[in-house]
Write a protein that binds this ligand. Sequence first.
Ligand code: PLP
Length: 428
Amino acid sequence: MSKPYEVNQNGELTIGGVTATELASQYQTPLYVYDVNHMRQQMRAFKAVFMKRKLDYAVSYASKAFATVAMYEVAAQEDVHLDVVSGGEIQTALAANYPMNHVSFNGNNKSVAELEMAVDSGLGTIILDNFYELDILHDVLSERDKKQDVLLRITPGVEAHTHDYISTGQTDSKFGFDVASGQAYTALQKAIADPYINVLGVSAHIGSQIFDVTGFQMAAAKLVDLVHEWGFDPQVINTGGGFGIRYTEDDKPLPATEFVEAIIDTITEKTTSYGMSMPAIWIEPGRAIVGPAGYNLYTIGAKKDVPGIRTYLSVDGGMGDNIRPALYEAKYEAVLANNPQAPTEQVVRVAGKYCESGDVLVWQQELPKTKPGDVLAVLATGAYGYSMASNYNRNPRPAVVFVEDSHSQLVVERETYTDMIRLDKHYQ
Ligand SMILES: *Cc1c(COP(=O)(O)O)cnc(C)c1O
């Protein structure tokens, strides 16, 4: 199988045409690097499926996966919509001059202040999650005498997991209006009756890092069944995100576009059979757009052999820049940047520098011979890495660099030690 990375004539890892070791020495480590063209290609691939079929659609980037001004600018250039989940992400979209009418706002506990910010910024669609939000949004809108497009987030009773899916009548989830108990239908009636609210349609999101189309087909079918049962003709059906990506060679994802084909087919068949008009289909990929395009670069430091047990190879970052292995045992693959294809000479656990035993970046990795100062690249780190970064142990968060057409550009500065105490006050 082809390697999930590129090398130059000298066999060195390159990202967007620039040698990884050069990026490490120019910008220092730890460092987040994104291959921008890779992200563009993925966004275009999603859009192409809909355009080929001449459908109304929105590919809405679930920006919690990686939310920065530069990323929102790339999304805008590609005419990809944006899904946000907080006032901070709305502020980021405003700072990026992102067209706010193409933004949707998800989340299960939007505050009054956040809803005011959304409405005042001209944000396109609010995805309502519960009755409380319906009430406070009504108040925000009536104060302003404004009308707002919304989707209702439904808990469709389909839960997809990475390698399987389960269908439950009722889903134990904090997200969305429950169907079985009738809450979803009540919410729809209430929202339709509200003069300040325009219900575009329904929305669901069934999980993340999903490898099988079945869960998406079930959820899409369920949404159409529901709106038909309710006698409601939606303009939009949003089936969410969650398309799985390759982190290690054990992951064998479908091309993301195949998920979309399956969703479109299901919605087409169902609406046709009910004699309904075809709605616009919205999807919300996060990980699939940014994950594979991201690389975390580290400098190798200490090495510890525990005889008969394992070898720990420590790097200058860790759970503060990528918490996913510590948080849910996520698996990654790492390569030696200056010679990723050199023969294996050791099997190591790549550990971070944070004061936690669980601070691991790669649980088990075959590597060539390494020495302190070598650059290690962890692959497919573009989603939920920087966006979940912390200052644990008062380590500054790394810089973010975008690379495209052999040109690199700093898009988020590295934090400094001064930043670490910026908000602190003396106690006297
Ligand atoms: C997290 C999330 C997504 C994106 O999930 P990915 O696995 O990154 O594709 C999409 N929609 C909603 C509502 C989400 O919460």
